[in-house]
Design a protein around this ligand. Structure first.
Ligand code: 5AD
Ligand code: SF4
Length: 478
């Protein structure tokens, strides 16, 4: 897998031209970081559509450029400043007025400092204020230097505009839905509890309504997002508490929803009810991102993870007993302060013991304001790099083995889009593997059994297991 700090460019989605505008306003959003940022980017576009902004994939024609930033590691944050430098040049050379906004977690963490470092920035807006974007953008077009990094009392979710059905359709058959934001875990390396704030769960009714609207527009898969999603604890109008398992059960009953995923989870919040949901709900996909970070108890303790390696391994065994075909992925950090070669060997041992379908591994990056940044025992960069390469080699070996094991199997594939070649379709297996298959485009949005014929480095190729008569859509709908 590639580094999740790089999001693929978002496809342009047209909005109607604004009433009274001579030239339609164009919006270019570039998102870095996690899937929640991708979701936020869509919601920002939705919030600005009534203002007359339609999205463009070409930065040069944009009237409003939004960099949706990530603060999780130093490199991610530094990348933003070099990006801003390039946009400043473009802005100066442009024949029209360009407003430049910085959103996301760097905006939240650095606030007005961003404008001090890069004068071309007109607006800095934190993730909790996206519902105020229309007003903030209007102000920033008149006077630059607008900053909003408050944690407002009102919830942005109650005020964010919903996308039109056409826009949802253009975004594809798989959609993200944020159900929870913020984190109370305070892992000692992590900025999230500071940038995204305390844990907040959206009310279940609002989530169900959002998913229903997505389904009406043709979405077939939802990924429930949260920084610590399995800590979800929504409260409904009758004051009843909901868990993620309860939410998944309700969503699984909605007609038209073929697949449910959720990310990212903490091992401590993987309770028996959620494990049972994996046993009981066919719609809950057998692929779970459950970061362990390290295999060393000493380091896990220093990271304030509140679990040890053995309890993680035992949890995985419990999950596999409930859903034997489940595949796991994880995040790892190498070179946390004080990590010795023996600690690192424990991480490799845990990886060998568990076996992961795909994972991300990172060099530790000290984040200002986190407890980890003050710990002694700095690991030299070359040692970190060496460990990173050794861990990545093992994870890659496991990923390839997992992909090869699919060859000869019949997997359900959610057909998502046309493939790269004419007559080809692209979809995803239950394990989130990209699958290419030949077939008619009216299969998009359906789940098809596919016989997997071969495994490439990043995708599988297969053949439709069932010859599909046309018109397919009518047959599948009946
Ligand atoms: N340094 C390196 N990696 C980090 N992550 C979070 N904070 C840091 C940091 N300071 C990684 C963790 C987390 C993923 C999203 O990013 O592995 O699970
Ligand atoms: Fe960060 Fe830990 Fe919370 Fe995940 S659980 S967002 S790593 S503090």
């Amino acid at each position: 897998m590639t580094d999740p700090t790089l999001q693929p460019p978002r496809p342009p989605v047209d909005a109607p031209a604004p009433a009274g505008e001579t030239r339609p306003l164009k919006l270019f959003i570039k998102s870095f970081g996690c899937q929640m940022n991708s979701y936020d980017a869509s919601r920002m576009a939705d919030a600005l559509a009534p203002e007359g902004y339609s999205e463009t994939g070409t930065i040069e024609e944009a009237d409003l450029v939004v960099l949706n930033t990530c603060h999780i590691r130093e490199r991610a944050a530094e990348k933003i400043y070099s990006e801003l430098g390039k946009i400043r040049e473009m802005k100066e050379a442009s024949g029209h007025k360009v407003t430049l906004a910085v959103a996301g977690c760097v905006a939240q963490a650095e606030g007005a400092e961003i404008i001090r470092r890069q004068r071309a920035v007109d607006l800095v807006v934190g993730p909790q204020s996206y519902h105020r974007l229309p007003d903030l953008v209007r102000r920033a077009r008149e006077t630059s230097g607008v900053v909003d990094t408050d944690f407002p009392v009102e919830s942005k979710f109650d005020h964010l505009a919903a996308p039109s059905a056409a826009k949802t359709r253009a975004r594809g058959v798989s959609a993200f839905v944020t159900v929870q934001e913020g984190c109370d875990k305070f892992c000692s390396f992590c900025v999230v509890p500071y940038t995204r704030g305390a844990e907040m769960s959206r009310p279940p009714e609002a989530i169900v309504a959002e998913v229903r609207a997505l389904l009406d527009a043709g979405v077939r898969e939802v990924t429930l997002l949260g920084q610590n999603v399995n800590a979800y604890h929504g409260v409904d109008a009758a004051d009843r508490g909901w868990t993620l398992a309860g939410l998944a059960r309700t969503l699984a009953g909605l007609p038209g929803l073929a697949r449910i995923r959720y990310t990212t989870s903490h091992p401590r919040d993987m309770d028996a009810e959620l494990v049972a949901a994996h046993r009981d709900l066919p719609a809950l996909m057998p692929f779970l991102h459950l970061p362990v970070q390290s295999g060393s108890d000493r380091i896990l303790h220093a990271m304030n993870r509140r679990h040890d390696a053995a309890s993680y391994v035992a949890l995985v065994a419990e999950i596999r007993a409930a859903r034997p075909d489940i595949a796991l992925s994880s995040d790892f950090i190498v070179g946390f302060p004080g990590e010795t070669e023996a600690d690192f060997a424990d991480t490799l041992a845990l990886v060998r013991q568990v076996g992961f379908a795909s994972s991300f591994a990172f060099k530790y990056s000290p984040r200002p304001g986190t407890p980890g940044a003050d710990l002694p025992g700095h690991v030299p960069d070359e040692v970190m790099l060496d460990r990173l390469h050794r861990l990545q080699a093992l994870l890659e070996e496991q990923r390839q083995a997992f992909n090869r094991a699919a060859v000869g199997r019949r997997l359900d594939v959610l057909i998502e889009k046309p493939g790269r070649h004419p007559g080809q379709l692209g979809g995803r297996s239950p394990y989130l593997q990209a699958v290419h298959v030949d077939g008619p485009p009216d299969l998009i949005g359906t789940v098809q059994p596919v016989d997997i014929l071969s495994a490439g480095p990043n995708s599988l190729a297969g053949r439709l297991a069932v010859a599909v008569p046309t018109p397919v859509a009518e047959r599948l709908a009946s």
